[in-house]
Design a protein around this ligand. Sequence first.
Ligand SMILES: [Zn+2]
Length: 263
Amino acid sequence: MNAKSFTLMACGLLLAISCKNGKKETTTTHEQTKHEQHWSYSGETSPEHWAEIEKNSDCDGKHQSPINIIHKDTDSSATKNNLKILYTPTTLISKVENNGHSIQFDFETGDSINYKNETFYLKQIHFHEPSEHRINGIIYPIEMHLVHLSKSGEITVLSILGEEGDDSELFEFFDSFLPIENGASKDIHHNIDLSSLFKGNNNFYSYNGSLTTPPCSENVNWVVFKQPIVLSVEEVVKLKNNMPLNNYRNEQPLNDRVVTLNY
Ligand SMILES: [Zn+2]
Protein backbone atom coordinates (compact mmCIF):
# COMPACT_ATOMS: atom_id res chain seq x y z
CA MET A 1 0.00 0.00 0.00
CA ASN A 2 1.50 3.32 -1.00
CA ALA A 3 1.09 6.56 0.92
CA LYS A 4 -1.66 7.76 -1.38
CA SER A 5 -3.89 4.71 -0.99
CA PHE A 6 -3.33 4.74 2.76
CA THR A 7 -4.48 8.37 2.88
CA LEU A 8 -7.54 7.46 0.81
CA MET A 9 -8.35 4.59 3.17
CA ALA A 10 -7.91 6.78 6.22
CA CYS A 11 -10.22 9.37 4.66
CA GLY A 12 -12.76 6.62 3.99
CA LEU A 13 -12.63 5.55 7.61
CA LEU A 14 -13.02 9.11 8.80
CA LEU A 15 -16.04 9.53 6.53
CA ALA A 16 -17.58 6.33 7.86
CA ILE A 17 -17.16 7.54 11.43
CA SER A 18 -18.57 10.97 10.75
CA CYS A 19 -21.45 9.36 8.85
CA LYS A 20 -22.31 7.26 11.91
CA ASN A 21 -22.27 10.36 14.07
CA GLY A 22 -24.42 12.15 11.51
CA LYS A 23 -26.99 9.37 11.75
CA LYS A 24 -27.15 9.53 15.51
CA GLU A 25 -27.62 13.28 15.56
CA THR A 26 -30.14 13.37 12.74
CA THR A 27 -33.45 14.76 13.85
CA THR A 28 -36.68 14.95 11.88
CA THR A 29 -35.80 18.14 10.05
CA HIS A 30 -36.34 17.44 6.35
CA GLU A 31 -36.05 14.80 3.66
CA GLN A 32 -32.50 15.61 2.61
CA THR A 33 -31.12 15.28 6.13
CA LYS A 34 -32.33 11.68 6.36
CA HIS A 35 -30.17 10.79 3.39
CA GLU A 36 -27.00 12.58 4.36
CA GLN A 37 -25.29 9.52 5.84
CA HIS A 38 -25.46 7.54 2.58
CA TRP A 39 -24.11 9.65 -0.24
CA SER A 40 -21.31 12.06 -1.00
CA TYR A 41 -19.54 13.87 -3.81
CA SER A 42 -16.47 11.64 -3.97
CA GLY A 43 -15.30 8.01 -3.99
CA GLU A 44 -17.68 5.07 -3.80
CA THR A 45 -20.68 7.16 -2.78
CA SER A 46 -20.19 9.86 -5.44
CA PRO A 47 -22.99 10.95 -7.84
CA GLU A 48 -22.21 8.13 -10.32
CA HIS A 49 -23.24 5.64 -7.59
CA TRP A 50 -26.30 7.40 -6.19
CA ALA A 51 -28.82 5.30 -8.14
CA GLU A 52 -27.33 2.04 -6.78
CA ILE A 53 -26.84 3.15 -3.17
CA GLU A 54 -30.16 5.01 -2.88
CA LYS A 55 -32.45 2.13 -3.77
CA ASN A 56 -35.82 3.89 -3.72
CA SER A 57 -34.61 7.15 -5.23
CA ASP A 58 -35.30 8.68 -8.64
CA CYS A 59 -31.57 9.18 -9.26
CA ASP A 60 -31.72 6.99 -12.39
CA GLY A 61 -34.86 8.75 -13.69
CA LYS A 62 -35.30 10.36 -17.08
CA HIS A 63 -36.06 13.91 -15.89
CA GLN A 64 -33.06 14.63 -13.72
CA SER A 65 -31.14 17.80 -12.82
CA PRO A 66 -28.86 19.60 -13.38
CA ILE A 67 -28.68 20.07 -17.14
CA ASN A 68 -26.66 22.02 -19.65
CA ILE A 69 -28.97 24.73 -21.00
CA ILE A 70 -28.33 25.42 -24.66
CA HIS A 71 -29.77 28.87 -25.32
CA LYS A 72 -30.45 28.35 -29.05
CA ASP A 73 -32.47 25.20 -28.28
CA THR A 74 -34.78 26.86 -25.76
CA ASP A 75 -38.41 27.58 -26.53
CA SER A 76 -39.31 31.26 -26.31
CA SER A 77 -42.31 31.18 -28.63
CA ALA A 78 -45.24 31.80 -26.34
CA THR A 79 -43.74 32.50 -22.97
CA LYS A 80 -43.78 35.41 -20.64
CA ASN A 81 -42.49 35.90 -17.15
CA ASN A 82 -44.97 34.11 -14.89
CA LEU A 83 -42.79 34.45 -11.80
CA LYS A 84 -43.41 36.98 -9.04
CA ILE A 85 -40.80 37.35 -6.30
CA LEU A 86 -42.74 38.45 -3.23
CA TYR A 87 -39.88 38.64 -0.73
CA THR A 88 -39.98 41.50 1.75
CA PRO A 89 -36.84 43.48 2.69
CA THR A 90 -37.14 41.87 6.10
CA THR A 91 -36.91 38.23 5.09
CA LEU A 92 -36.01 36.42 8.30
CA ILE A 93 -33.14 33.91 8.32
CA SER A 94 -33.47 31.52 11.24
CA LYS A 95 -30.20 29.60 11.12
CA VAL A 96 -27.21 28.43 9.12
CA GLU A 97 -26.03 24.84 9.03
CA ASN A 98 -23.22 22.80 7.55
CA ASN A 99 -25.01 19.56 6.60
CA GLY A 100 -21.87 17.92 5.22
CA HIS A 101 -22.95 18.55 1.63
CA SER A 102 -23.38 22.32 1.53
CA ILE A 103 -23.73 25.45 3.60
CA GLN A 104 -27.44 26.00 4.10
CA PHE A 105 -29.38 29.01 5.39
CA ASP A 106 -32.87 28.19 6.70
CA PHE A 107 -35.79 30.62 6.67
CA GLU A 108 -38.83 31.28 8.82
CA THR A 109 -42.02 30.62 6.86
CA GLY A 110 -43.39 33.80 5.41
CA ASP A 111 -41.53 34.95 2.32
CA SER A 112 -42.79 33.54 -0.90
CA ILE A 113 -42.88 33.58 -4.67
CA ASN A 114 -45.78 33.11 -7.01
CA TYR A 115 -44.98 30.78 -9.89
CA LYS A 116 -47.49 29.47 -12.41
CA ASN A 117 -50.26 30.86 -10.19
CA GLU A 118 -49.18 28.88 -7.15
CA THR A 119 -47.57 30.14 -3.95
CA PHE A 120 -44.21 28.66 -2.94
CA TYR A 121 -42.55 29.49 0.40
CA LEU A 122 -38.81 30.09 0.76
CA LYS A 123 -37.39 27.28 2.93
CA GLN A 124 -33.63 27.39 2.47
CA ILE A 125 -30.71 28.66 0.42
CA HIS A 126 -27.58 26.60 -0.21
CA PHE A 127 -24.59 26.63 -2.54
CA HIS A 128 -22.72 24.45 -5.03
CA GLU A 129 -19.10 25.05 -6.05
CA PRO A 130 -18.69 25.05 -8.99
CA SER A 131 -22.13 25.37 -10.58
CA GLU A 132 -24.37 22.39 -11.33
CA HIS A 133 -26.29 23.96 -14.21
CA ARG A 134 -24.35 25.08 -17.23
CA ILE A 135 -25.43 27.62 -19.79
CA ASN A 136 -24.08 26.87 -23.28
CA GLY A 137 -21.59 24.53 -21.63
CA ILE A 138 -20.23 27.20 -19.32
CA ILE A 139 -19.60 26.19 -15.72
CA TYR A 140 -19.81 29.09 -13.25
CA PRO A 141 -17.73 29.40 -10.05
CA ILE A 142 -20.79 29.11 -7.84
CA GLU A 143 -24.51 28.31 -7.97
CA MET A 144 -27.01 29.36 -5.35
CA HIS A 145 -30.25 27.38 -4.88
CA LEU A 146 -33.25 29.08 -3.28
CA VAL A 147 -35.57 26.19 -2.40
CA HIS A 148 -39.32 26.86 -2.17
CA LEU A 149 -42.13 24.54 -1.15
CA SER A 150 -45.87 24.84 -1.87
CA LYS A 151 -48.58 23.78 0.57
CA SER A 152 -49.19 20.71 -1.64
CA GLY A 153 -45.52 19.68 -1.42
CA GLU A 154 -44.40 20.83 -4.89
CA ILE A 155 -40.91 22.31 -5.11
CA THR A 156 -39.66 25.32 -7.05
CA VAL A 157 -35.94 26.08 -6.96
CA LEU A 158 -34.60 29.44 -8.11
CA SER A 159 -31.05 28.99 -9.33
CA ILE A 160 -28.69 31.94 -9.44
CA LEU A 161 -25.27 31.50 -10.97
CA GLY A 162 -22.36 33.57 -9.70
CA GLU A 163 -19.37 34.94 -11.58
CA GLU A 164 -16.26 36.46 -10.07
CA GLY A 165 -15.79 40.23 -9.91
CA ASP A 166 -16.53 42.88 -7.29
CA ASP A 167 -17.55 42.17 -3.69
CA SER A 168 -21.18 41.32 -2.99
CA GLU A 169 -22.70 42.77 0.17
CA LEU A 170 -25.08 39.82 0.36
CA PHE A 171 -22.27 37.26 0.23
CA GLU A 172 -20.33 39.27 2.83
CA PHE A 173 -23.37 38.68 5.03
CA PHE A 174 -23.54 34.94 4.25
CA ASP A 175 -19.79 34.56 4.78
CA SER A 176 -19.91 36.39 8.11
CA PHE A 177 -21.32 33.19 9.69
CA LEU A 178 -18.39 31.07 8.47
CA PRO A 179 -16.48 29.01 9.30
CA ILE A 180 -18.94 26.41 10.46
CA GLU A 181 -17.99 22.81 11.11
CA ASN A 182 -19.54 19.81 9.38
CA GLY A 183 -22.71 18.90 11.29
CA ALA A 184 -22.87 22.20 13.19
CA SER A 185 -25.53 24.91 13.03
CA LYS A 186 -25.79 28.47 14.33
CA ASP A 187 -28.92 30.44 15.13
CA ILE A 188 -29.24 33.71 13.24
CA HIS A 189 -32.74 35.25 13.57
CA HIS A 190 -31.77 38.22 11.45
CA ASN A 191 -33.44 40.16 8.63
CA ILE A 192 -31.98 39.98 5.17
CA ASP A 193 -32.78 41.83 1.97
CA LEU A 194 -32.48 39.43 -0.97
CA SER A 195 -33.64 41.94 -3.60
CA SER A 196 -30.11 42.47 -4.98
CA LEU A 197 -30.27 38.95 -6.40
CA PHE A 198 -33.03 39.90 -8.79
CA LYS A 199 -32.12 43.45 -9.85
CA GLY A 200 -32.45 43.65 -13.63
CA ASN A 201 -32.60 39.88 -13.69
CA ASN A 202 -35.88 39.24 -15.50
CA ASN A 203 -34.96 36.55 -17.98
CA PHE A 204 -34.87 32.99 -16.83
CA TYR A 205 -34.89 29.46 -18.16
CA SER A 206 -37.42 27.01 -16.80
CA TYR A 207 -37.80 23.26 -17.06
CA ASN A 208 -39.09 20.26 -15.10
CA GLY A 209 -36.38 18.41 -13.24
CA SER A 210 -35.33 16.89 -9.97
CA LEU A 211 -33.52 17.51 -6.72
CA THR A 212 -29.78 17.41 -7.53
CA THR A 213 -29.15 15.38 -4.37
CA PRO A 214 -30.65 12.01 -3.32
CA PRO A 215 -33.50 11.08 -3.39
CA CYS A 216 -33.35 13.05 -6.72
CA SER A 217 -37.18 13.39 -6.64
CA GLU A 218 -38.61 14.48 -9.97
CA ASN A 219 -41.11 17.04 -8.73
CA VAL A 220 -39.04 20.19 -9.08
CA ASN A 221 -39.83 23.29 -11.12
CA TRP A 222 -36.46 24.75 -12.06
CA VAL A 223 -36.02 28.47 -12.64
CA VAL A 224 -32.45 29.28 -13.72
CA PHE A 225 -31.70 32.98 -14.08
CA LYS A 226 -29.89 33.83 -17.29
CA GLN A 227 -27.80 36.67 -15.85
CA PRO A 228 -25.23 35.64 -13.23
CA ILE A 229 -24.69 37.78 -10.15
CA VAL A 230 -21.23 39.12 -9.32
CA LEU A 231 -19.26 38.26 -6.20
CA SER A 232 -15.58 38.31 -5.35
CA VAL A 233 -13.13 35.41 -5.59
CA GLU A 234 -12.59 35.69 -1.81
CA GLU A 235 -16.32 35.34 -1.18
CA VAL A 236 -16.46 32.20 -3.33
CA VAL A 237 -13.37 30.75 -1.63
CA LYS A 238 -14.80 31.27 1.85
CA LEU A 239 -17.90 29.25 0.97
CA LYS A 240 -15.82 26.65 -0.86
CA ASN A 241 -13.64 26.09 2.22
CA ASN A 242 -16.71 25.11 4.23
CA MET A 243 -18.18 22.64 1.73
CA PRO A 244 -17.03 19.29 0.31
CA LEU A 245 -14.74 19.75 -2.68
CA ASN A 246 -16.73 19.90 -5.94
CA ASN A 247 -20.16 19.56 -4.35
CA TYR A 248 -21.96 19.38 -7.68
CA ARG A 249 -23.77 16.66 -9.58
CA ASN A 250 -22.73 16.15 -13.18
CA GLU A 251 -24.89 17.16 -16.15
CA GLN A 252 -27.96 14.93 -16.74
CA PRO A 253 -29.51 14.10 -20.13
CA LEU A 254 -32.36 16.37 -21.23
CA ASN A 255 -34.23 13.43 -22.85
CA ASP A 256 -37.70 14.51 -24.03
CA ARG A 257 -37.78 17.79 -22.08
CA VAL A 258 -37.87 21.31 -23.45
CA VAL A 259 -36.27 24.28 -21.68
CA THR A 260 -38.33 27.45 -21.87
CA LEU A 261 -36.91 30.96 -22.02
CA ASN A 262 -39.08 33.38 -20.03
CA TYR A 263 -38.80 37.15 -20.35
ZN1 LIG B 1 -28.71 22.49 -4.62
